[in-house]
Design a protein around this ligand. Structure first.
Ligand SMILES: [Zn+2]
Ligand SMILES: [Zn+2]
Length: 195
């Protein structure tokens, strides 16, 4: 089991929690894709990237996330019209997490929104994706044990299991299938947003 973890923005207005859950219902990875980087750079939070331009993400089913205060501070970005929904807090530009849609039972919580040490609570990153988009060659010891292909296959298996368990709802990020706040779109028609 992974213990419950406190969530919060850096100014303290938004507070929440990841509920305690079995290990298989969480997945820590580092994403080096350009879109995750563009999202943090747009928020002027490049300080949340690692030195190779990667984002440390903990993927969990939305049903495990609660927001206890400051829900109205949540804002949403989309890099492209059909891109991933990327949530942040408008009070202090804390990156919160990424979701594909209300249908998919997964939110990638950005480490900046977790008030506790992911290393201590869930252990090191299990693998990295989109290393080819990193700012420099990512050393093997930082990548984690699993390759991009294995990580994608594992994620698909988890998505299926979480969907079958109905873990896509309730979600603090969606209301009646739509994002809880209207997403701001950055650059319609530009590159594909991979998540
Ligand atoms: Zn804040
Ligand atoms: Zn990414």
């Amino acid at each position: 089991m992974v213990e419950g973890m406190k969530l919060g923005c850096r100014c303290g207005q938004v507070r929440g929690r990841i509920a305690a859950h079995p290990h298989w219902q969480g997945n820590r990875l580092t994403c080096y894709c350009k879109d995750c980087r563009a999202y943090l750079q747009h928020l002027e939070r490049a300080d949340c990237l690692n030195e190779f331009g990667g984002t440390d993400i903990y993927q969990v089913p939305p049903a495990h996330i609660t927001i206890s205060q400051g829900q109205a501070q949540l804002a949403c970005l989309q890099l492209t019209q059909r891109g991933v929904y990327r949530f942040y807090t408008q009070c202090c530009n804390t990156p919160v997490g990424n979701c594909f849609s209300a249908f998919w039972p997964m939110v990638g919580i950005v480490h900046s929104f977790v008030l506790e040490s992911l290393d201590e609570q869930v252990g090191p990153t299990t693998g990295s994706v989109y290393c080819r988009d990193a700012l420099a060659r990512v050393p093997d010891e930082l990548k984690g044990a699993r390759s991009h292909k294995v990580m994608v296959l594992r994620l698909m298996a988890k998505l299926l299991a979480w969907k079958l368990c109905g873990k896509n709802s309730p979600s603090v990020f969606f209301v009646s299938g739509e994002p809880c706040v209207a997403p701001q779109q950055l650059a319609p028609g530009s590159a594909v947003d991979k998540g």
